[in-house]
Design a binder for this molecule. Structure first.
Ligand code: PLP
Length: 400
C-alpha cells in the first residue's frame, strides 16, 4: 500500500500492461453484442483486416481470447509434434519461459545463448544460429524460436538477421517470433522478414488491457499445422481461420476487448506506424540519457539493439533493486518493472510504451531519481534534467 491517501493518477510505467487511453476505455464500455449477429461479423472483419497492417502481413492473423502465453502455446502446438527439436535463444526471462513451455509440451528445445549473464545484456546472435543450423544436415530442427523485444531486459533482436542466417544455412525450419511487447512500438515486418508465426499480445504497444493475443501465420506455418501431431483443440488454427473468413470465431470471442482493439488500431494507423516507432525511439533515447546522467548502467550493452519499449536500469553492487522499487511505489504511486529471473534484485525496468508523453516520462524519472536518492543510491547527476534537455532539444519528428 501507499504511504499516503492516493490522489491524482497512478503512474503505470511497467513495460506492460501499459496505460489504456480513455478513448479505448470508452470504446470498451459499450454494450456487449450478439457474437453470432450481423453487427459482430462486420466488426470481426474490420478488426482482422486492420490488424494485418500492424503485423505488416497479408496472411491470416489469429486472435485468441488469452494472454500472450496462450498464443505461445498455440504457435507450438499448431506446428510441432512430440519430440520435435527446436532452436531457441536465451535473451532473457521470457525466452527462458518459452523454452520451459516447449519442454512441458513434449518438444525438445536446444537453448543457445552467450555464456553467463552476457546473453541477458545482448540480443540474439544470428551467427550462432547459422552455425548450429549448418551442423544440422538432416534438418532435424523444426523451428527457430526467438524473442523480438525481450521485456525482461530491454533488448531487441534483429529478426531480419535471424531470417538471413536461416537462409544462409539453407535450413527449412520454421521461424517463430515473440513480439508480445514489441508490436506497435518497434518496427516489425512479418512478411518481409519471412516469419512463419508471430506471437503478440494486447497489453503493450496496442494499449489495451490484457486478454487478447495473436498468431500471425505464413503459408508454410499453415502447411505444418496440417501434419503436426501435438494435441490441440481450442488453439487449432483451422477452425478459427475458417470462421474468421466471415468475421466470426468458433467460440465466444471477447467482444468488448475487440471494440477496444478496433479503436486502438484506428489510433495507431491514424498516427501512422512510422510515427509511432519514432515516438518510442525518442522516449528510449531520453530515458537512456537520464540513466547516463545518473551515472548508472543500462541493462542492454549493445547500442544497436536498445529497446524503444523499456529501459532496464542496473543498480550498483549491493543495492537491492526491489527495495528501491517498493520505496518508489509507496512514496510516489509509481509502478516500475521488477528484475525477473536471473536479473531479480539487480535492476528495475522503466516502461516507455503506448499512451505516454514526455511529461509522464519526466514524472516517472522524477520518481525514480527521488526514490533512488532516498534509498541511498549514489547518483552522479540529475537524470530528470538530462531527459528534459534531451526532449527539449530533440522535438518529435514525423516520418511523413
Ligand atoms: N513474452 C514476452 C516478451 C512478454 O513480455 C510477456 C509478458 O510480459 C510474455 C511473453 C507473456 O505474456 P502474457 O503475460 O501476456 O501471458
Amino acid at each position: 500500500t501507499l504511504d499516503f491517501h492516493p490522489s491524482g493518477r497512478h503512474f503505470l510505467q511497467i513495460p506492460g500492461p501499459s496505460p489504456v487511453p480513455d478513448r479505448i476505455l470508452r470504446a470498451m464500455s459499450l454494450p456487449t453484442i450478439d457474437h453470432r449477429g450481423p453487427e459482430f461479423g462486420a466488426l470481426g472483419l474490420e478488426v482482422l483486416g486492420k490488424i494485418q497492417k500492424i503485423f505488416k502481413t497479408e496472411q491470416p492473423v489469429v486472435i485468441y481470447p488469452a494472454s500472450g502465453t496462450g498464443a505461445w502455446e498455440a504457435a507450438l502446438v499448431n506446428t510441432l509434434s512430440m519430440g520435435d527439436k527446436v532452436l531457441m535463444f536465451e535473451t532473457g526471462h521470457f525466452a527462458t519461459l518459452w523454452d520451459k513451455m516447449a519442454r512441458r509440451l513434449g518438444v525438445e528445445p536446444e537453448f543457445l545463448g552467450l555464456p553467463g549473464y552476457d546473453g541477458w545484456r545482448a540480443g540474439v546472435q544470428a551467427d550462432m544460429i547459422e552455425r548450429r543450423l549448418r551442423e544440422d544436415i538432416e534438418h532435424s530442427i523444426k523451428a527457430v524460436c526467438v524473442v523480438h523485444n525481450e521485456t525482461s531486459t530491454g533488448v531487441t533482436s534483429d529478426i531480419a538477421a535471424v531470417r538471413g542466417a536461416m537462409d544462409a544455412a539453407g535450413h527449412p525450419a520454421l521461424l517463430m517470433v515473440d513480439t508480445i511487447s514489441g508490436l506497435a512500438c518497434a518496427d516489425y515486418q512479418h512478411d518481409a522478414w519471412g516469419v512463419d508465426v508471430t506471437i503478440s499480445g494486447s497489453q503493450k504497444g496496442l494499449m489495451l488491457p490484457p486478454g487478447i493475443s495473436f498468431n500471425a501465420l505464413s503459408a508454410k506455418a499453415l502447411q505444418a499445422s496440417r501434419t503436426s501431431q501435438l494435441p490441440k483443440s481450442f488453439w487449432a488454427w483451422d477452425e478459427i481461420v475458417a470462421a474468421n473468413k466471415t468475421g466470426y470465431w468458433p467460440y465466444t470471442p471477447n467482444t468488448n476487448l475487440l471494440y477496444g482493439l478496433n479503436e486502438a488500431l484506428d489510433m495507431i494507423l491514424g498516427e501512422g506506424l512510422d510515427n509511432v516507432f519514432l515516438r518510442h525511439q525518442r522516449w528510449g533515447a531520453g530515458v537512456r540519457a537520464a540513466v547516463d546522467a545518473w551515472g548508472l548502467e543500462v541493462q542492454c550493452q549493445d547500442p544497436a539493439v536498445h529497446s524503444p519499449v523499456l529501459t532496464g536500469v542496473v543498480m550498483p553492487e549491493g543495492v537491492d533493486a526491489d527495495a528501491v522499487r517498493l520505496l518508489i511505489y509507496k512514496r510516489f504511486d509509481l509502478s516500475l518493472g521488477m528484475g525477473l529471473g536471473k536479473a531479480k534484485g539487480k535492476m528495475f525496468r522503466i516502461g516507455h510504451l503506448g499512451d505516454c508523453n514526455d511529461l509522464t516520462l519526466i514524472a516517472a524519472l522524477g520518481g525514480c531519481e527521488a526514490g533512488m536518492k532516498l534509498s541511498g543510491v549514489e547518483l552522479k547527476g540529475s537524470g530528470v534534467l538530462a531527459a528534459l534537455d534531451y526532449f527539449a532539444t530533440h522535438p518529435l519528428r514525423t516520418a511523413n
